[in-house]
Ligand binder design. Structure first.
Ligand code: GYE
Length: 351
């Protein structure tokens, strides 16, 4: 961890110089050494003032969703030269092997920090060991992983998001039957696993609920549409709830239901639950097309930058930071688990 070492060295030099000054009688060799290192420290300070940037690599999942676009923009607007950073950004296009290669290239480039939004939970031990061996701190962001050899995590609690969705549905249905179709996110992603686990834990409490089928829509609009089209072919007339594990899948699912003449939302036959609560998702919620949109906050870069700054300063930093989420419901719905949508909330939504 080059940069951390540099700041520690500067700290020690400054302490030595201060001690020398106070004591006033240290031996000449030590004084000279202190002067030399103090001069180096000064040079380092000047370099910093003239643009010695902290280099950060971000291995991003891809560009599958509006959430992801907002998250990418947030990183690009936060890790700027103006803020003291040089960002190396790689879009792995949902390809696990490409993402691991991106991390390897960050290690080869000897970047100061590596941030990874991991596509899948599995398969990280080896490359994280390589980063550790190279002394480069790694922050896992957005999605969780199975491995534990990294320095800090910043993200959301997707199990809680699933539980919120389930609790809201229980409150809304108030004992009525639910025949549920689930359009899951990408296979092996912690966001998929967490939302599924959380939602299923509530399903298990309701004997009047039945999950008819679950298929991955890969967190994309086209994926959501394809899965919904095939669900309609197999189960038309048999379902009254569609759970989409992100907003883009919900847009695709709504298109498929529109084409099949199936009504949804507060005035329709099918209840739609979505996740993310991005701007367009909340517009559909305000319009009563999505009944409940569970938030997942993509604005995480500032928190990651805060962790990096603490590491830079040699200060304690949180090993895990969970970015808090809410949930939103369509006008006319009152909920103990979610906020009723208004135009004002939508206007305040930057992403
Ligand atoms: O819900 C989805 C995105 O990892 C929480 O990934 C994130 C998810 C988000 O593609 O839209």
């Amino acid at each position: 961890m080059k940069r951390r070492l540099v700041s520690v060295l500067i700290g020690m030099t400054m302490a030595a110089a201060l001690l020398g000054g106070c004591g006033g009688s240290s031996n000449t060799a030590t004084d000279e050494a202190a002067d030399d290192t103090a001069a180096e420290a000064e040079a380092e300070g000047e370099e910093a003032a003239s643009g010695d940037l902290i280099t950060v690599g971000y291995a991003q999942v891809g560009h599958e969703s509006d959430w992801r676009t907002a998250n990418t923009e947030n990183y690009q607007n936060t890790f700027t030269a103006e803020n003291g950073y040089e960002l190396s950004f790689v879009d792995a296009d949902n390809d696990n092997a490409a993402q691991i290669e991106a991390v390897r290239s960050f290690i080869q480039q000897e970047l100061d920090y590596i941030v990874i939004a991991p596509i899948e939970t599995a398969g990280w031990d080896t490359v994280l060991q390589e980063a550790e061996d190279a002394g480069i701190p790694v922050i896992i962001a957005d999605r969780e992983i199975d491995a534990t050899n990294f320095d800090a995590f910043v993200g959301t609690n997707t199990v809680d998001e699933g539980v919120t969705a389930g609790n809201w549905l229980g409150e809304y249905l108030d004992g009525a039957e639910a025949n549920i179709l689930v359009i899951e996110g990408s296979v092996g992603a912690s966001a998929t696993l967490g939302r599924t686990e959380g939602f299923n834990s509530v399903v298990a409490e309701h004997s009047e609920w039945n999950i008819i089928d679950s298929q991955s829509g890969d967190f994309t609009q086209s994926g959501g549409q394809e899965v919904m089209e095939s669900f309609i072919k197999s189960y038309e007339g048999q379902f009254n709830v569609v759970v989409c594990q992100n907003d883009n899948e919900a847009y695709g699912a709504m298109d498929a239901m529109d084409a099949a003449g199936i009504t949804y939302g507060v005035d329709g036959d099918v209840i739609i639950i979505s996740f993310d609560a991005t701007h367009d998702g909340l517009q559909y919620t305000l319009d009563g097309k999505i009944n409940c949109d569970v938030e997942c906050n993509p604005i995480q870069a500032e928190v990651v930058a805060g962790v990096i700054q603490a590491m830079e300063a040699g200060e304690d930093y949180p090993e895990s930071t969970i970015v808090e989420d809410s949930a939103f419901v369509a006008p006319g719905i009152e909920s103990a688990y979610a906020i009723t949508m208004t135009q004002e909330i939508l206007d305040g939504r930057a992403y």
